[in-house]
Design a protein around this ligand. Structure first.
Ligand code: ATP
Length: 686
């Protein structure tokens, strides 16, 4: 029969609506009323036309089997959703088992729904990657039934629908008809007083439709009140009472069964779901298990989320570890020097310095150095003093005498004046220690130079250059060797180091002196340096202990740590954003599951909690993996750089905590969205 068949003779049916029920006698007048609707209307927000339901008044008694029929868009699903507390009426009073719905808060409505109703939808809304038994047990876990009792209840429910042998199959692998039977098993497992079925046979062939209808009939015989929407007249005829809805109103309400038969049925059994006896700890364990199981079932999605969190946390741990290792490396190097060295740096006021040192205004830097060195050596605890200064030499450096050979390459390397002591204290040495290093004594008179290795290469010299010379402007100087070890002066690689005898030639600036002391004295001696070298104006020379440099370096290192940490947090935020997006999309993909959970009584808070828990778990695991990855990367990088990795167990804590926190943060919005899903809309698949 077509849908419109229900409207044939509508007027006639309408006239006899109440009379017929009264005339034939109620199906079960003696039985208590379980549902009572009075003047119920439902207007959808944004819908401008007539309300989806308007002024509906009806009662349903315990043990009735009611079919709701009507044309498409008549308001049947709206009515069923209101009856099942998936939706709330705009006006009117609805009483379920003696309790007025408008007096209950949302959580109480959820509980009442869970304890009173079972749902079967046209689309079976199966969790396809769960087993048949897992699907049938859904309502039991949501109602906190003792896990030990569940297998028995599920087995009985599956047995009722003839699917016990398929309990272990994946719901996605059973047929459409079987899925609908699983949906019935899921609904009856929670021992509902009322079963609401929205087109339970709508997607089934005739044989399966008949089978499902028979099951509903059997359930009703066992005392369950059944209210079923159907378009199929033959299915509707299996009910005891048919209510036709048209344009949101009850058009007719007829008792169809032979009343003698109906009265002859045994009274409804009182079936109760075992009380919620699950302990809180068992509930938490079950929730965690469900979250893990969700991730393992959706392995690809979980793996992507995990990757995002792993990369984020791993980056953070590596970055913190590397920056701390780098800082420790620098600080360590300086520490060894800090024990017995400091620098004396002249102020950039050459005339004042010369006046103070009683030298002529045009005295070369080497004389300034000479006086300063002498005075410093007079201090107790000073072992040796080396000097260096930057040259301000504009003329070129040539290999041949420029006065004799005009056409030849002219170089302009950086020129540094340094004496033997300076080079020794800074760890700079020739490839092979050379006799001629004495030419770098501070009072040497013969011009001599040493080549940085890169400069030597440019000039075409090998390591050993005995007997060669070069011209600095018009002054010739002996090349006594090429630097082999650059020590703490890597910038000397391409420089020309000239001895103090050439200081005047290369217009050297006033020199910086490096003072080696007995261990532990630099800080104390540095205090008196100014007054020792220039008693008249101590500010002309300042002392820089390596400890100063060390704290400077520590400052730089901690800046570096902050910078890298910021970058890693940005990385972490980005990975959380991608995780949040994935979780957001999964909410939409799981709309049917959420609706189903809400329909079987799960609260909004519980749905929210489940999503957050799933996020925390994957974030936590990502944090653990990321921390491990970070440590491995730290060790590898440090090995490449020749550093000792600075490893701190707190890193692992940071990585794991970062993973867990970002897991929570990334799932907050999607979880709220999931909790706000309207179950009435979701069961329609809207
Ligand atoms: N969420 C909604 N927002 C706005 N209008 C809605 C909404 N849900 C249903 N409606 C409208 O309310 C009316 C009744 O819809 P309902 O789904 O209850 O009809 P139905 O009888 O169940 O139809 P069908 O047999 O096709 O499922 C229709 O006009 C429908 O378009």
């Amino acid at each position: 029969m077509s849908k419109s068949s229900w409207s044939q003779g509508a007027g006639r049916q309408s006239r006899r609506t109440r009379g017929s029920r009264r005339g034939r006698g109620s199906v079960s007048d003696e039985r208590p009323v379980i549902l009572r609707l009075a003047g119920i209307s439902r207007r959808y927000s944004g819908a401008e036309n007539a309300p989806a339901l308007s002024d509906v008044t009806l009662t349903v008694r315990e043990g009735e089997f009611v079919a709701i029929v009507g044309a498409s868009g008549a308001g049947k699903s709206t009515l069923l959703n209101l009856l099942g507390l998936l939706d709330t009426p705009s006006t009117g009073t609805y009483v379920v088992a003696g309790r007025r719905i408008d007096e209950l808060d949302e959580r109480a409505r959820d509980r009442l729904r869970a304890s009173t109703f079972g749902f079967v939808f046209q689309d079976s809304h199966m969790l396809l990657k769960e087993t048949v038994a897992g699907n049938a047990a859904l309502g039991l876990s949501i109602n906190d039934v003792d896990p030990a009792l569940r297998p028995g209840i599920v087995a009985a429910a599956l047995d009722t629908v003839g699917l016990l042998e398929k309990a272990g199959d994946l719901a996605g692998n059973v047929s459409g008809g079987e899925r609908q039977r699983v949906a019935i098993a899921r609904a009856i497992a929670t021992a509902p007083k009322i079963l609401l079925a929205d087109e339970p046979t709508g997607a089934l062939d005739t044989a399966n439709s008949t089978r499902v209808a028979r099951m509903l009939r059997d359930l009703n015989r066992d005392g369950v009140t059944v209210i079923m929407i159907t378009h199929d007249p033959s299915i509707a005829r299996t009910a005891d009472r048919v209510i036709e809805i048209s344009d949101g109103k009850v058009l007719s309400d007829e008792a169809t069964a032979d009343q003698a038969t109906v009265r002859g049925r045994r009274p409804p059994e009182t079936r109760e779901l075992p009380a919620a006896t699950q302990s809180s700890w068992s509930r938490v364990r079950e929730r965690i298990g469900a979250a893990i199981s969700h991730h393992t079932v959706h392995a690809a999605r979980a793996a992507l989320l995990l990757l995002a969190f792993t990369v984020g946390s791993g980056g953070l741990v590596t970055a913190i570890g590397l920056s701390q290792s780098a800082a420790a490396q620098v600080v360590g190097r300086l520490d060894s020097a800090a024990l017995d060295e400091f620098l004396v740096v002249p102020k950039n006021t050459p005339t004042a310095i010369r006046t103070e040192l009683a030298l002529p205004d045009d005295a070369p830097a080497s004389q300034v150095a000479e006086v300063a060195q002498q005075r410093l050596r007079g201090l107790d605890g000073v072992l040796s003093v080396g000097l260096t200064s930057i040259a301000e030499f504009d003329e070129g450096v040539t290999l041949l005498n420029p006065a004799m050979v005009a056409e030849q390459p002219v170089l302009s390397p950086q020129i540094r004046v340094a004496d033997r002591e300076y080079l020794r204290l800074r760890g700079v040495s020739l490839g092979t220690e050379h006799e001629s290093m004495r030419l770098f004594e501070r009072n040497a008179e013969a011009p001599a130079v040493i080549l940085g290795p890169a400069l030597a290469e440019r000039l075409g010299y090998a390591d050993q250059v005995p007997g060669s010379q070069l011209w600095i402007g018009s002054t010739s100087a002996a090349i006594i060797g090429v630097i082999g070890e650059l020590g703490e002066e890597p910038q000397l690689a391409s420089a020309l180091i000239v001895n103090p005898a050439l200081a005047a030639v290369v217009s050297a600036a006033d020199p910086t002196l490096i003072v080696q002391t007995e261990p532990g004295l630099p800080a104390g001696l540095a205090e008196v340096v100014g007054a020792t070298v220039a008693p008249g104006d101590p500010s002309l020379f300042t002392a820089e202990t390596v400890a100063d440099l060390r704290s400077l370096t520590q400052g730089v290192a901690s800046d570096l740590v902050s910078l890298i940490t910021i970058v890693s947090w940005v990385l972490l935020v980005l990975s959380s954003l991608s995780a949040a997006t994935a979780a957001y999309l999964s909410v939409h993909a799981r709309a049917a599951e959420i609706a189903l959970r809400r329909a079987v009584g799960e609260s909004k808070r519980s749905i929210w909690g489940q999503f957050v828990l799933e996020g925390v778990l994957v974030g936590l695991l990502g944090g653990v993996l990321g921390s491990a990855l970070g440590v491995v990367m730290l060790v590898v990088f440090a090995a490449q750089q020749g550093w000792t990795p600075t490893f701190n167990f707190a890193f692992l804590g940071v990585g794991v905590a970062a993973g867990a926190c970002t897991g929570i943060i990334a799932s907050l919005y999607p979880a709220a969205l999931a909790a706000q899903q309207d179950p009435a809309l979701a069961v329609r698949g809207t």
